[in-house]
Ligand binder design. Structure first.
Ligand code: GLY
Length: 348
């Protein structure tokens, strides 16, 4: 098992990464009050909840499992009240523990509920999707969506532990594997050319799985360093948004039904890199490498919609063109920077 320590003063915590470690979770978590509330979804709970519960019962904890409908629509402000009610019914106190067992939706939603229930109860992230294992479970961003947009209500609330069992990825449908790969490629792009090269040399999901522990460790370590420098997202942490401005616009353009997050980010990375390379801000040949690797992992590299229409989707009003925004650019693979500009940049 590999271990990383996220150093954030009194909010510091460990990330534990290993294969087939889920059945040991009871030994790694602590609930001073003796109760553990587990939040999961209808895809994940049938496969993994019993393993987690058995391990907790073995340590003498009293458990309650709540299973929500799988899918992004669950990460909604309306999902919150029934969770609070279920926690109250279980008499969960501030001395107890919440475990989020699932992908980004469950981690973000459950983390937000944990951050607000009784003004905050400890929680442990047990991410079961590749995307959640390398990104959303680390760093303490928790939130729910509003009808007006994604992640509009939330907080920075660090978990007590992130517990990553790489073996659970064996059960992941291919589409989710590919989705997570976009964020892994992003880490290589922004901070780690060696990781990028390693990914260039992986030719199948089986090969990836053989190196999953190492690769996920590397990604979490990059995120750890970034979050330690800039927990509240005022500078360094923005680098994690490489490909995300255009990616988010494209997700929104299709009303979150056209592309998955990873697919949209892939299009965003190829798109921004092509512009910055053409403008001489990015080393020549970078975009070709990015396009090649995205295609290698089955990710899209462009969309047919006109960029102006795509950008209007996030700027609401065309008057917002001209407003300042920071885009993340690559100097070269493994080196990134933020560049203050405006939305016109995406139309160059
Ligand atoms: N997923 C981006 C961040 O955690 O800042």
């Amino acid at each position: 098992m590999k271990k990383l320590r996220v150093n954030l003063g009194e909010n510091s915590y460990d990330i534990l990464i290993g294969a087939n470690i889920l059945s040991d979770i009871g030994k790694k978590v602590e609930s001073k009050g003796g109760k553990v509330f587990i939040l999961s979804d209808s895809n994940v709970a049938p496969i993994f909840a019993n393993t987690v519960i058995d391990s907790l019962l073995e340590r003498g904890y009293e458990c309650k499992l709540m299973v929500l409908q799988a899918g992004e629509q669950t990460k909604n402000i309306d999902s919150i009240c029934p969770i609070y009610s279920s926690m109250l019914e279980f008499n969960l106190t501030r001395k107890d523990l919440v475990i989020t067992l699932g992908g980004g939706v469950i981690g973000d939603l459950g983390g937000f509920v944990a951050s607000t229930y009784l003004r905050g109860v400890d929680f442990v992230q047990v991410p079961t999707s590749l995307l959640a294992q390398v990104d959303s479970s680390v760093g303490g961003k928790v939130a729910v969506d509003l009808p007006e947009g994604k992640n509009l209500v939330g907080s920075f609330y660090q978990p007590k532990l992130v517990y990553i069992d790489t073996a659970v990825l064996e059960d992941l449908p291919d589409a989710y594997y590919i989705d997570g790969m976009a964020e892994i490629i992003k880490y290589g792009c922004i901070k780690d050319e060696k990781l990028f090269e390693l990914l260039e040399n992986i030719n199948s999901r089986e090969e990836f799985m053989r190196m999953a522990e190492e690769i996920i460790y590397t990604c979490c370590d990059i995120k750890r360093r970034v979050v330690e420098i800039d927990e509240k997202d005022n500078g360094e942490r923005m680098l994690l948004n490489f490909g995300h401005t255009y990616g988010h616009a494209i997700e929104k353009y299709y009303n979150f039904k056209g592309y998955s997050h990873g697919q949209a980010v892939a299009i965003g990375m190829a798109f921004i890199s092509e512009i910055s390379e053409r403008l001489g801000q990015t080393q020549k040949g970078t975009t070709a490498r990015i396009i090649k690797i995205l295609e290698q992992y089955g990710l899209p590299i462009k969309d047919k919609v006109c960029p102006k229409d795509v950008m209007s989707a996030i700027l609401n009003d065309k008057k917002n063109f001209g407003k300042k925004l920071h885009v993340v650019l690559l100097k070269k693979i493994g080196e990134s920077f933020t560049y203050p500009t405006d939305a016109e940049y995406f139309l160059k």
